[in-house]
Design a protein around this ligand. Structure first.
Ligand SMILES: [Fe+2]
Ligand SMILES: [Fe+2]
Length: 471
């Protein structure tokens, strides 16, 4: 099914057939555009950016690339089409037909899930709004803007669900999406990782690797939902999300490559002397972004998560591929916990351990990406290995938030933590160093000195392609 771009709000949900809904969304649209103007990418109004736009929801060939003036990007509502008779695949309603309308008894829970997901989307745009001023290349600038416009579209996806299925309180929630702001002392975003700053490009690449990957796992478990419109929204969002994680993984990979090249070519360990970012510093950024992102999965044991599962609202990662009874009532799951002064494991009811299981899936996926980074280091003949810190390290949520732990999972005192945290997390001086490298490079084909060129261009464009035209 292709998307109708002749309408004010491009969509594949037959918005024309529902005039009330169409009017309500058309009323929200100018507020969204005003938000984009106020808190979207700084000063980008006149830029022509080589963006991809969804022209269909077919996984093969859904994207169209061309230069677009940023505010003219067509944000729309795209759901993966209904595939026959979908069923609810887990929880107490397993085997029943998937819901096309919100089940009354779960209205509050569903709304909360949609609002929590939706809130993260504009938050990351706000967090990243200043980065355009210090882009390491036009290629990177274009990728930043691509991520930003798609996060904006993800907000549209969630706002559509609120408007279409939750009546008046849905419309109010949609308005509040534009009233909370990242880091606002009075009206902050809902989840803490989305109130942190993204002050530099290294943070941006780490964010898109680690925090957008949290998004992937949240969307994937919502894509299993018994509420079919939510499942279908999230499926299409996942297609776009893959590129965000590519931006993160390849971005960090290029910083690694540059550091290793400096070491190899100059036979030195002093990467900073040559204006690069040393691997030890990358490790600290990795530690920071990993730890704030694992927090996003919530408490290890959670009755809310158990309820969402039981109700059929939010499943596990790749629910239908798991070989079990999909009700989890008598099952158990191994969870890490504090045992005296060490970290051990315990068996917990699988239902209440749903969050921890998703966190495990996420950590395994992060590890694969880190392995690929280590391959780059190896290939360049450097003896260094990046590692993922222990899940107990630097936590703000869950049982480990009550203790201090080293990156390899040893519990330490508050005094030792304070004395040593600069070994493990970026110090002020480290952050200032990274910031000092952030000078814009906007000549086509040129790269900042601290990052290697990408292996290939977007949509196979040549290295000197003008991804962004400033007017
Ligand atoms: Fe998103
Ligand atoms: Fe994303």
């Amino acid at each position: 099914m292709s998307i109708d771009y002749s309408q004010k709000i491009p969509n594949n949900v037959n918005l024309n057939d529902d005039r009330r809904l169409q009017r309500a969304l058309e009323n929200w649209q100018p507020n969204y555009l005003k938000w984009w103007d106020d808190l979207g990418p700084n000063g980008s109004t006149d830029y022509d950016v080589y963006l991809r736009t969804a022209v269909s929801v077919d996984p093969k060939g859904w994207a169209h690339f061309e230069h677009v003036k940023m505010p003219d990007y067509r944000w729309g509502i795209f759901l993966t089409p209904v595939e026959g008779e979908r069923q609810i695949n887990f929880g107490q309603h397993k085997g029943e037909a998937a819901w096309q309308e919100v089940p009354g008894e779960y209205r509050g829970e569903l709304r909360r899930l949609i609002v929590t997901q939706g809130d993260t989307e504009p938050a990351s745009v706000e967090q990243q709004r200043a980065l355009g001023k210090t882009c390491p290349s036009l290629y990177d600038l274009r990728n930043l803007f691509q991520v930003n416009v798609e996060e904006g579209r993800h907000l549209w996806a969630m706002v559509y669900l609120l408007h279409a299925h939750f009546g008046r309180d849905g419309r109010e929630e949609a308005d509040e999406m534009l009233e909370r702001h990242s880091g606002d002392p009075d009206k902050p975003r809902i989840l803490q990782a989305f109130n942190e700053e993204t002050p530099d490009w290294l943070s941006f690449f780490m964010f898109t690797f680690f925090t957008d990957r949290d998004g992937k796992y949240q969307l994937a478990s919502l894509a299993e939902s018994g509420f079919d419109p939510l499942a279908r929204s999230c499926r299409f969002m996942l297609t776009e999300e893959a590129h965000h994680m590519f931006v993160g993984e390849s971005g960090v990979g290029r910083v690694i490559k540059r550091a290793c090249e400096i070491m190899r070519d100059n036979k030195t360990d002093d990467v900073r002397a040559y204006g690069g970012i040393e691997l030890e510093l990358l490790q600290k950024y990795l530690n920071f972004h990993f730890s704030v992102s694992v927090d996003l999965f919530g408490q290890e044991l959670s009755t809310n998560a158990a309820n969402f599962y039981n109700m059929g609202l939010k499943g596990r990662y790749q629910e239908t591929k798991i070989d079990d009874n999909h009700s989890l009532h008598d099952d158990s799951y191994i969870v890490s916990e504090i045992k005296g002064d060490v970290i051990g494991t315990t068996e917990a009811p699988a239902l209440t351990a749903i969050n921890e299981r998703l966190r495990d899936d996420y950590i395994a996926d992060c590890q694969l990406g880190v392995n690929r980074w280590n391959k780059i280091i190896q290939k360049l003949g450097i003896d260094f290995e990046l590692t993922i810190p222990h899940r107990a390290f630097h936590r703000g949520i869950g049982s480990f938030s009550s203790i201090n732990a080293t990156p390899d999972g040893k519990i330490i005192s508050q005094a030792e933590w304070e004395a040593r945290q600069d070994e493990w997390l970026p110090s002020n001086e480290d952050r200032e160093y990274v910031l000092s490298l952030m000078a814009p490079v906007t000549e086509p084909g040129k790269m900042a000195n601290w990052i290697a060129a990408p292996d290939r261009g977007i949509n196979n464009q040549a290295p000197e392609f003008e991804y962004v035209r400033f007017n």
